[in-house]
Ligand binder design. Sequence first.
Ligand SMILES: C[C@H](O)CC(=O)SCCNC(=O)CCNC(=O)[C@H](O)C(C)(C)COP(=O)(O)OP(=O)(O)OC[C@H]1O[C@@H](n2cnc3c(N)ncnc32)[C@H](O)[C@@H]1OP(=O)(O)O
Length: 748
Amino acid sequence: MNSSKGRTTLDVGADGVAIITLLNPPVNSLSFDVLDSLKENYEQALRRDDVKAIVVTGANGKFSGGFDISAFGKFHDKSVRAPKPGFVSLEILSNIVAAAKKPSVAAIDGLALGGGLEVAMACHARLSTPNAQLGLPELQLGILPGFGGMALFSLHMPNCGFFAKLILSYFSGTQALPRLVGIAKALEMMLTSKPVKGQDALSLGLVDAIASPDELVNAARRWALEILELKKPWINSFYKTEKLEPLGEAREIFKFARAQTRKQAPNLTHPLVCIDVIEEGIVAGAHAGLLKEAQAFQTLVESDTCKSLVHIFFAQRGTTKVPDVTDSGLKPRQIKKVAILGGGLMGSGIATSLILSNFPVILKEVNDKFLQAGIGRVKANLQSRVKKGAMTQEKLEKTLSLLKGALDYEGFRDVDMVIEAVIENVSLKQQIFSDLEKYCPSHCILASNTSTIDLNLIGEKTKSQDRIIGAHFFSPAHVMPLLEIVRTQKTSPQAIVDLLDVGKKIKKTPVVVGNCTGFAVNRMFFPYTQAALLLVDRGADVYKIDRAISKFGMPMGPFRLCDLVGFGVAVATGGQFVLNFPDRTYKSLLIPLMQEDKRAGETTRRGFYIYDEKRKAVPDPEIKKHIEKSREMSGVSIDPKLTNLPDKDIIEMIFFPVVNEACRVLDEGIAVKAADLDISAVMGMGFPPYRGGILFWADTLGSKYIYSRLEEWSNKYGGFFKPCSYLAGRAAKGAPLSLTVDPAKSRL
Ligand SMILES: C[C@H](O)CC(=O)SCCNC(=O)CCNC(=O)[C@H](O)C(C)(C)COP(=O)(O)OP(=O)(O)OC[C@H]1O[C@@H](n2cnc3c(N)ncnc32)[C@H](O)[C@@H]1OP(=O)(O)O
């Protein structure tokens, strides 16, 4: 069997232009095999007398998605074969340089990202289709754009000669992009990791011309020949200077970029390193910049941040790979029309998400007043996009025309999917599902957005259990990226495949989980809040906890979050857990006591914080009296150690119970794999992606350590901290927590 990972093809036309095509489906990533083959074909094209010019392009409408990210994993676990000398760009680029008499033009369709764009920037001109995506998203992976640096890293040749450095720099994104589009724009593109469209790339100077997908390669071959005939300029990006801002202005731009970066990503160093490398190239010249890039790349690619972010990249793509479901040959059926029941906060958010992705939607409510309110919410959601400049008024009208209101089930006769989003009331939901069975076609998927109620119970009065499924969105549904797809023992694989497809089409990350109270995310959230309440009852400070957790990288601390979701919701969901998992519930009276004081969180402007009109949260000294009362009524004693806990201990005491619950979820087979829980934590809880997700992070600390800490607190503070048997078992073996779950136990 051929185990090579991609290649390039060489095709020489009668006009003397060699077309080199990158071929490595699905995104033509630059694996070592592709790079080897690129080098070989370049050499051949340069050698052959019948080749006058070269066009580089990508197969199947995509230039390249960049360097093969799976190879980073091999760097990390050190399993990669040592790259042979002259690997990656050195030989390829020395040939491009040596080929000064044969111009190269990049023909970009689909996407040119990361190393893909770096290859294109090494060419003498670039042509693109209007909608192609061009960008350097490497910071998202914890590294910086640097094939130049990568070449040095791969070659292990820090003392390489001047000529080699000169050659390598052609492939360096940090040095080439600012010279093509200016420093400010290049910084923006790298720091945000956001690509630009071909049409915009043209006005920025990143590409030289636009062509339609059908015309692209022919236009590029003509361009290459015209370079040869000196009718078009022959440009080496590396030597361009006219786009660079004057030095004084450049320094200001770098200063501003650093300040913004420190504010937005205080825990991350690699964006600052990237700025340093670009600045070095501007101030001391591209060769100096390249050397700095090389050193930086080596450090960054081995960093925990890179390991975590690469894990998240693949974990996110892995959520749609469900054993015995997505590998069983089933194809998603086309969902042409969706109905939503309930126009409240959730229903209107879900409707917004669907119409934004061009699904016609029927929104059903019980009366006209509620219906108009629901439609009004959808309108407001779209309007806020218009305000932010993310949508035109015209597009808003067009999008809204996909939404139809209804007060009965008549319009449900041709829908392919229904999503119920009414209040959490079992008998109401049971009634709705038995009505749906009567009105909807027999293929229609019957989904519920419940966050707590057993799906088997919801579908109890129907004969359609195989098409009943959970579609658990997170609030606000049109913004939050996660979709929990909840499967019962009876849900058909086809219904899962269909919902996975809809999830992807509405740009959510779908995670398939089993049926239980709280599913995956809310089960992990529960101990998070409980641990924080336990610490406060035992002497810790509310605001110190929130600060420590925010510093760790969560968007906000547990108390600020309670204020945001509202005490009503916190108590209601908490109640479900108390009912279902009484053995590990910590019963604090603090929130009910605060409710008695007419505090309900941000909506009443009083919760753990007080809020001004601009929703700015300020600590409230008044809550001290409630805390004291809660302690007194619960009969717990203050532990002096907890009154002055270092941040590290706060983080561990709050997150280790979350890790413990994640272990239970995995052990019970509620989640298919540990990586799904990492994604659920990142996208559902706001866990920092650069820590790799909850279990990935836990494994960096070790199961033994986590077990011993939980055991110690369990003895001291009670059963809430008691490590579960899964965690105990892993700790006894010194094994990672993310080892695959025993398939026999899986509920999926
Ligand atoms: C030295 C250099 O400077 C370093 C680099 O170049 S690092 C790489 C820089 N490039 C990137 O970060 C781009 C990463 N990829 C993406 O953003 C998106 O995958 C994309 C925009 C290319 C395509 O998105 P989309 O169409 O939604 O498809 P998506 O599901 O994400 O990817 C399709 C498949 O391609 C794989 N893939 C995408 N980019 C890849 C890459 N650069 N390397 C390896 N595999 C890649 C995905 O893992 C997925 O595989 P799967 O089907 O087995 O799950």
